[in-house]
Design a protein around this ligand. Structure first.
Ligand code: COA
Length: 245
């Protein structure tokens, strides 16, 4: 009997051996792969574009090469470790893991090469909208202590796309693929919490179209790294049917 691939449902690029998830039609030329060191210039370009940085609270501004190098190491190390864990696993069933090894969006060209498009990554929720430091640290500590696969883990998703590709349905499809192909079956994700700026209708819609529901609106004036003042956050949750019950 053929043994199962612990990388399922990742596909493997025959030329490079790199694993990836493919977006569904009509975006099948877009894939999600692990981060690569060579992405530095493309990330620097994307995160210095006002159509991208003005709705992000996380990345520093201006975004320098050293920031991108730090980011790639920060994301590539867990991705490499997770892939190694999966390749070495000899469990009978598909192993439940504590993250997703792919997060970088790329557009595959007709010659088989690809172009960096952005990032869609999941992590344990860090409650960026919670102002009280003790409450924030209690929530993150409790969430971080839960073992891999625990149904009470609160996950979050962060994303951005290069401006040339906005408004084509790409991030809606990318979030759908990440959640349904990996987070639910391979991480046992049962609840996901995202925070979008009140003014960021596009991001809110991406999540609403994927079954997330605005459960709270936090009015909170905050200066983001580029100097812009935001007025607060919509807090959206996605819950599995077990969690909804
Ligand atoms: C937010 C972002 C990820 C959306 O990705 P996208 O691929 O352009 O979104 P989609 O094309 O899948 O659109 C999803 C929905 O949002 C709407 N939308 C997209 N951009 C919009 C905008 N700027 N203003 C209003 N609505 C917008 C679309 O019309 C669609 O809704 P509909 O089907 O009801 O018409 C992208 O614009 C981006 O990277 N922005 C900068 C970084 C960012 O804000 N990241 C999210 C942080 S929480």
């Amino acid at each position: 009997m053929a043994s199962i691939s612990q990388l399922h449902p990742l596909e493997i690029n025959e030329r490079t051996g790199e694993p990836f998830l493919r977006l569904p039609s009509p975006h099948e030329n877009i894939i999600i792969t692990p981060p690569r060191l060579e992405d530095v210039p493309a990330i620097v370009r994307a995160l210095n574009d006002p159509r991208v940085y003005s709705t992000l609270a996380g990345p520093p501004f201006p975004y320098k090469e050293e920031h991108a190098i730090w980011w790639i190491n920060y994301t590539k190390t867990p991705s490499d470790e997770l892939l190694q864990e999966l390749r070495q696993a000899n469990d009978k069933d598909l192993k439940i893991v504590d993250g997703c090894p792919v997060r970088t969006l790329r557009e595959v060209q007709s010659d088989g090469s690809d172009v960096f498009l952005g990032d869609v990554g999941c992590d344990r929720c860090g409650y960026p909208d919670v102002v009280d430091p003790e409450e924030k640290s209690r929530l993150t500590f409790t969430n971080d202590q839960l073992p891999p696969g625990d149904k009470d883990i609160v996950w979050c998703i962060g994303d951005y796309l290069v401006a040339s590709h906005h408004g084509k349905g790409i991030m809606s499809a990318a979030v759908s693929t990440l959640v349904s192909s990996w987070m639910v079956p391979r991480m046992n994700a049962q609840q996901i919490r995202v925070e979008t700026f009140l003014s960021n209708r596009g991001s809110r819609r991406v999540f609403e179209k994927n079954g997330f529901v605005v459960e709270e609106t936090v009015e909170l004036k905050k200066v983001i790294p580029c100097g812009k003042i935001i007025e607060g956050f919509d807090i959206l949750w996605w819950r599995s049917s077990e969690k909804k019950a």
